[in-house]
Structures are given as structure tokens and as C-alpha cells.
Design a binder for this molecule. Structure first.
Ligand code: SF4
Length: 71
């Protein structure tokens, strides 16, 4: 599982960083966007990342099933 950020939807609210600070960073300023780590989300991070996806106010985050993406 990995996570993608839709930069058109992201408004820099930083809820994702609050929920999963080890996986997301959000810059400061009016045009701040979330940056997610690339690659497979480790087991110990998946619940936090799922919460980030859930609580993102603009639904800018999307979980991608890596296994299916490779089919
Ligand atoms: S919570 Fe959503 S809108 Fe806010 S910075 Fe994270 S991805 Fe962007």
C-alpha cells in the first residue's frame, strides 16, 4: 500500500501531518502542499496513514493497493 497526494485538491491544512507525522510533511505559506513519503507504507504506519486519508478535509489523499497497481 502506498499513498498519493492530489496537489490540485490539497490545500495545505496539514491534518495529514497531524495524523501521520512520520509519513507526511506540509510546508508553510499560502501555497503549501503535503508531501508524502514514496513507496510502500510499513505496517506500523498504515493505521496513521489511513487516518490521514480519512481526515483530509479536501479528500486529496488516496491509498493505492500496490499489488493491484502492478497487475
Ligand atoms: S490534510 Fe489533505 S489538504 Fe491538508 S495538507 Fe494533508 S493532503 Fe493536503
Amino acid at each position: 500500500m502506498r499513498v498519493e497526494v492530489d496537489f490540485d485538491l490539497c490545500q495545505g491544512h496539514a491534518e495529514c501531518q497531524v495524523e501521520a507525522p512520520d509519513w507526511f510533511t506540509v510546508g508553510k505559506g499560502a501555497d503549501a502542499k503535503a508531501r508524502a513519503k514514496r513507496g510502500e507504507i510499513p505496517e506500523d504506519q498504515i493505521d496513521a496513514v489511513r487516518d490521514a486519508v480519512k481526515y483530509c478535509p479536501t479528500q486529496a489523499l488516496r491509498l493505492v493497493d500496490t499489488d493491484r497497481a502492478q497487475e
